[in-house]
Design a protein around this ligand. Structure first.
Ligand code: DMJ
Length: 460
């Protein structure tokens, strides 16, 4: 047994049951996808992941990221916080890339320092760095990663010192000075898995308390019909934009309501989830020509304001499936895939009534593949592997460069941008791999994946 598999099975402690019984197992299977083909596909995904990792290693080692067209390094804040290695570490461990994982771990443990005079984006640093360090620690037992996570979490805490407890957008890692009033439910509500795990692993409750308060404060601001909006001011707590949906600025708020319950058994989260998902199911879904979508509504009246869906919304079928609503998840995933197939890659935003692209970029997002993986795991239906294989071939065809994979400026023209986000290695390749890898690689009924696909377990 490989080290990573041994560690996973040793450390696994069952979380609450997560819709484990596939109600529709195999029922609508329209495609066949043999285990042999899946194993081959998993190896191909791994090879393409290695292509990107080697590009980073050759041209951007020690930096936050690689620019995959110019082969130049890129740092978010002028100095490196090792975004790509930290985000990618657990993917390498899951793929069994032991040499690459060991090298990345040494780089992180010996070079990463958070004692920097940098104003960082709180949410992004939590989901990419704090999440990556914590899952890396749980998978390897390397105390240096936990010490880094503890240092980072402590430096980020002043972000919560607003009059409402809703976090400011930016915080300085050295001085703790926080700023940026205009935030949203996703940035305030997608923190508890990471901070909560840090509390459980260090025994210091402050992280859990601050992140939970931010989640609850967001929830408390829901409208009479149970919906949240798109932007608020963290100092006044007032809404600045009342559009409600499951896309950018709101998406992972819903995800963490569900997952905080499954990871921590926190009943408050369960209650908030139940009320929120009931409102979401009442107001977001819309049928157009027999296809199901989820669109934009006003948070107070529930009236529809836009028939907009896109690459970020495509996580919704996965969350619905995970929380037990497989039937709705299947229909929505069919819609996401129809949107993908229209241009051979999904756009950032699509008007499903008009059938038109409204925002044409594709920053190599993972959400549609994440949903395919959950649906495959929960239904056993081979069609999701076939879907994933088609998306993987398109992904490689249109985005591969000599050193990695490049975002698309437009899914229509397929013109590339000189950008490869760290989530490509943390999430996009991980979900492609999990979709084809043997089920024991990671069991979603026992491991909770953060919004950045970092696996966390109840080891406390
Ligand atoms: C990731 O950083 C996370 O999944 C986040 O929740 C949303 N956006 C990207 C991927 O698209």
């Amino acid at each position: 047994m490989r080290l990573h598999a041994a560690l996973l099975s040793l450390l696994l402690v069952p979380t609450l049951a997560i819709a484990a019984e596939p109600a529709t197992k195999g029922a609508e299977s329209s495609a066949s996808f043999s285990d042999k083909r899946a194993a081959r596909s998993a190896e191909e995904v791994k090879a393409q992941f290695l292509h990107a990792w080697r590009g980073y290693r050759e041209y951007a080692w020690g930096h936050d990221g690689l620019k995959p067209l110019s082969n130049m390094p890129h740092d978010w804040y002028g100095e490196s916080l090792l975004m790509t290695p930290v985000d990618a570490l657990d993917t390498m461990i899951l793929m069994g890339l032991d040499r690459e994982a060991a090298e990345a771990r040494e780089l992180i443990a010996t070079k990463l320092s958070f004692d920097r005079d940098l104003d960082v984006k709180h949410f992004e640093v939590v989901i990419r760095l704090l999440g990556g360090l914590l899952s890396g620690y749980q998978l390897t037992g390397d105390q240096r990663l936990l010490a880094l996570a503890n240092d980072l979490g402590t430096r980020l805490l002043p972000a919560f010192d607003s009059p409402t407890g809703l976090p400011y957008v930016y915080v300085n890692l050295r001085t703790g000075k926080a700023h940026g009033n205009e935030s949203n439910p996703a940035e305030a509500g997608t923190l508890l898995l990471e901070y909560g795990t840090l509390s459980k692993l260090t025994g210091n409750p402050v992280f859990y308390e601050k992140a939970k308060r931010a989640l609850v404060e967001t929830y408390k601001r829901r409208s009479k019909i149970g919906l949240v909006g798109e932007r608020f001011d963290v100092t006044t707590g007032e809404w600045m934009n009342k559009r409600s949906h499951v896309g950018a600025r709101i998406d992972s708020y819903y995800e963490y309501l569900w997952k905080c319950w499954t990871l921590f058994g926190d009943e408050d989260c369960h209650a908030m989830w139940k009320e929120s998902i009931a409102a979401a199911n009442r107001y977001y879904p819309e049928e157009v020509d027999g296809a199901l979508w989820v669109g934009h509504v006003d948070m107070d009246s529930g009236e529809r304001v836009a028939s907009r869906y896109g690459a970020l919304d495509a996580f919704w079928p996965g969350l619905l499936a995970l929380s037990g609503d497989v039937a709705q998840a299947r229909r929505l995933q069919d819609s996401s895939f129809a949107m993908w197939r229209k241009w051979g890659i999904e756009p950032e935003a699509y008007d499903y009534r008009k059938g038109e692209v409204t925002s044409a970029g594709y920053p190599l997002r993972p959400e549609i593949i994440e949903s395919a993986w959950y649906l495959h795991r929960l239904t056993g239906d081979a069609k999701y592997r076939a879907m994933g294989r088609e998306m993987f071939d398109d992904f490689v065809r249109y985005t591969r460069t000599d050193s990695g994979f490049a975002a698309l400026d437009s899914v229509i023209t397929k013109d590339k941008d000189d950008d490869m986000e760290s989530f490509v290695l943390a999430e996009t390749f991980k979900y492609f791999y999990l979709l084809f890898a043997p089920p024991e690689t990671l069991d979603p009924s026992k491991v909770v994946l953060t919004t950045e696909a970092h696996p966390l377990r109840r080891t406390w």
